[in-house]
Ligand binder design. Structure first.
Ligand SMILES: [Zn+2]
Length: 210
């Protein structure tokens, strides 16, 4: 598995960014030339980072942003809706203040070793669940599985998710992606099936208000 990290993602050309859509969706890359086309495996975990504006100060209290509204819009519009629709987790990270820096790493954060152990256990849980299937990870399961008796979340737990779909805050693709994240949260929590709690957190990780 590869983990490409695109820092300052809006600085990449729109063409380059949109070319990521197909492999993100299918895990394959098709290159077509006059002489024919070839398909290559292309499963990767993409990480994109972007500033809130070209100068980077838009969201920082007490610091002046020098960007025009147009420059700001142009910068963020490079990350197109269809590309972001394929990004499962979307988080806003605030700039760290001097006071936070003095306090050191926030209390409650587990060590890397603890986090690793939790991830390994979650992966083993998913692997056991998918033993008789072509999949190994929640990210890979088909939409049909998510609606099957084995893949469905706890009965009645998808209300907020259904509402988000109805009011257009989520696409159908986004809906399935939230379900896959909820499965991963259930695996991390060590439970058999995602419920209201996992679905609520999965929606939050996608910045959809329930
Ligand atoms: Zn700015």
């Amino acid at each position: 598995m590869y983990f490409p990290f695109l820092a300052e993602a809006p600085e990449f050309s729109a063409v380059a960014l949109d070319a990521l859509r197909q492999p993100l969706e299918s895990g394959q890359l098709t290159i077509a030339r006059a002489s024919g086309s070839a398909r290559f495996p292309a499963r990767f975990q993409l990480v994109l980072a972007a500033n809130p504006c070209p100068c980077g100060n838009a969201e920082t209290p007490g610091v002046e942003c020098t960007c025009t509204p147009m420059a700001k819009r142009r910068y963020l519009s490079r990350l197109s809706g269809p590309l972001l629709d394929r990004v499962d987790i979307q988080l806003t990270v605030r700039r760290i203040t001097a006071a936070q820096l003095r306090l050191g790493a926030s209390g409650g954060t587990a060590s890397t070793a603890d986090a690793r152990e939790r991830v390994l256990q979650a992966r083993a849980r998913a692997e056991r669940r998918f033993a008789q299937t072509p999949w190994r990870l929640n990210a890979h399961v088909a939409g049909t599985w998510l609606r099957s008796p084995e893949g469905r979340p706890v009965r009645g737990s998808t209300e907020a998710l259904d509402r988000a779909l109805e009011r257009g805050a989520l696409t159908m693709r986004g809906y399935d992606r939230v379900l896959r994240i909820a499965w991963t949260l259930a695996d991390l929590d060590g439970i058999d099936r995602p419920g209201v709690d996992q679905l609520g957190r999965a929606l939050m990780l996608r910045r959809v208000r329930s």
